[in-house]
Design a protein around this ligand. Structure first.
Ligand SMILES: C[S@@+](CC[C@H](N)C(=O)[O-])C[C@H]1O[C@@H](n2cnc3c(N)ncnc32)[C@H](O)[C@@H]1O
Length: 445
């Protein structure tokens, strides 16, 4: 039995491309077809079809009729019909998004691109979107497609993007000139899809989904912090739900406080930092864990009342009986149960609350003169996530690391910031791109 790429006659395919370019002059070489023509000056030996791109507005019922009357057999048509596309390309609902046709056993995929809205994280970039009818959409920067030029290879002339190098680097990675056997089945390929594909949701099992891809990448390259920038919001929400339950399970299952590296040395720095700043008569530790900090503060300070709140019953059992402990889950939003106090310490907890709105809601409802909030912040430019199996902790683990400025934004709505400090010296800090910061603030009320 001949292999599909053996049946695909490359010489006939070139003639068919030229014929289509005659019927639809606005289409340009795309995908593997562009890669082959640019890099190898011929179609890739293992290719089984031709990929063409076009602005969707040029594909009309009349054009399809023209193709048919030129003996192209139309085998597939899709439109921008998925309602989830509305948030990216609101105006293209009934326009064509993909046509597959065949002539002389050559299969041609015409990928119809629509200009859509810029992604929130890439506001400066005009994007073209292509929807093949599955639950994901493919993006290309507009500058990597337009304007197009005529490109000669031997006696053949093709339409391609003037910035074809930018397009190939975007789709295949900066090293697109290097030939990679079986590329489609490699982690490299999925890494490229991190950039080019937006998942529309409802599908994390298919071979081409980002989630399948991420598993392939992690298997080969180990745990990764994936960017959230190009994920569809609904998909990210689903991911957040998963992280939320991983974090919840992790903390609720701890019988004793997990020994995070240099925790005991850190405690000394924390106490030295905090004790001189505390004042008044009452103190609450929100997300107090096993009360290690509170138990020390009980010895070092003279407050009339100490409270410790946490959602882990097991950890709360270690609180000194003089401290009033309470099981409390921030996600339940029962904020009226939090007593009015002079000081609230909230150390290391907000990283397990994945939605900013919940933290904002919590901060809005705190009745305290002073807030001392400690959290590990990422030093990267965007909030970061970890969601992986931790060998050290022997458990699945997930957390969100916000940037300093994003934490600031959350606090500033209801508090006046007095200081932001790093509390631990580098030698007892995290080895990753995060550092612990203390945000000290006083209530606006
Ligand atoms: C990193 S520990 C910090 C504990 C303590 N503040 C300290 O500095 O040792 C985070 C704490 O947040 C608590 N936590 C996480 N998510 C929570 C939630 N949704 N509601 C209440 N507590 C939560 C965990 O049980 C854990 O004790």
């Amino acid at each position: 039995m001949p292999k599909p790429w053996e049946i695909f006659d490359k010489k006939i395919a070139i003639d068919v491309i030229k014929e289509i370019q005659g019927i639809i002059p606005q289409c340009w070489l795309f995908g593997g077809t562009l890669l082959g023509i640019i890099r190898d000056k011929k179609l890739l030996p293992w290719d089984t079809d031709v990929d063409l791109g076009i602005d969707s507005k040029y594909i009309t019922p009349e054009v399809i009729e023209k193709l048919k009357s030129s003996d192209f057999k139309i085998t597939y048509i899709s439109t921008f019909s998925n309602t989830k596309l509305n948030e990216y390309i609101p105006e293209y609902k009934n326009k064509y998004s993909k046509i597959i046709c065949k002539k002389k056993k050559v299969k041609i995929e015409i990928c119809c691109f629509a200009q859509g809205l810029p992604l929130p994280e890439r506001k400066d970039q005009d994007l073209l979107y292509y929807f093949s009818g599955t639950s994901r959409v493919f993006v290309l920067p507009k500058t990597s497609v337009y304007p197009t030029i005529k490109f000669r290879v031997g006696e053949n002339v093709f339409n391609i993007a003037k910035n074809y190098e930018q397009q190939l680097a975007f789709v295949y990675g900066e090293d697109w000139k290097i030939m990679k056997p079986k590329w489609y089945f490699t982690a490299d390929h999925y890494l490229c899809r991190e950039r080019t594909i937006i998942e529309l949701g409802n599908d994390d099992k298919s071979k081409w989904s980002k989630w399948y891809g991420r598993r392939v990448i992690e298997k080969i390259h180990g745990p990764q912090n994936f960017p959230e920038s190009i994920n569809a919001p609904h998909f990210l929400n689903k991911y957040k739900q998963k992280m939320k339950s991983v974090a919840e399970n992790f903390w609720k299952e701890q019988l004793v406080y997990p020994q995070f590296g240099t925790i005991k040395q850190r405690r000394l720095y924390e106490l030295k930092y905090l004790v001189p700043k505390l004042s008044g008569e009452t103190l609450l530790d929100l997300g107090c864990g096993d009360g290690s900090l509170l138990n020390c503060l009980l010895e070092l300070t003279d407050f009339k009342k100490y409270y410790g709140f946490d959602f882990s019953k097991n950890l709360l059992k270690n609180l000194n009986p003089k401290i009033k402990g309470q099981v409390f889950n921030v996600y339940d939003k029962r904020f009226s149960e939090i007593p009015k106090v002079d000081n609230i310490i909230c150390g290391g907890m907000i990283g397990y609350i994945f939605e900013d709105e919940i933290i904002e809601d919590m901060l809005k409802n705190l009745k305290t003169k002073k807030l001392f909030l400690r959290t590990p912040c990422t030093l990267k430019s965007e909030d970061d996530y970890v969601n992986t199996y931790s060998k050290k902790l022997q458990s699945n683990y997930s957390s969100k690391y916000r940037t300093v400025s994003n934490v600031l934004k959350l606090i500033e709505k209801n508090f006046i910031i007095e200081s932001i400090d790093r509390v631990y010296p580098d030698n007892i800090e995290s080895e990753f791109d995060t550092k612990q910061f203390y945000f000290c603030a006083r209530s606006k009320r």
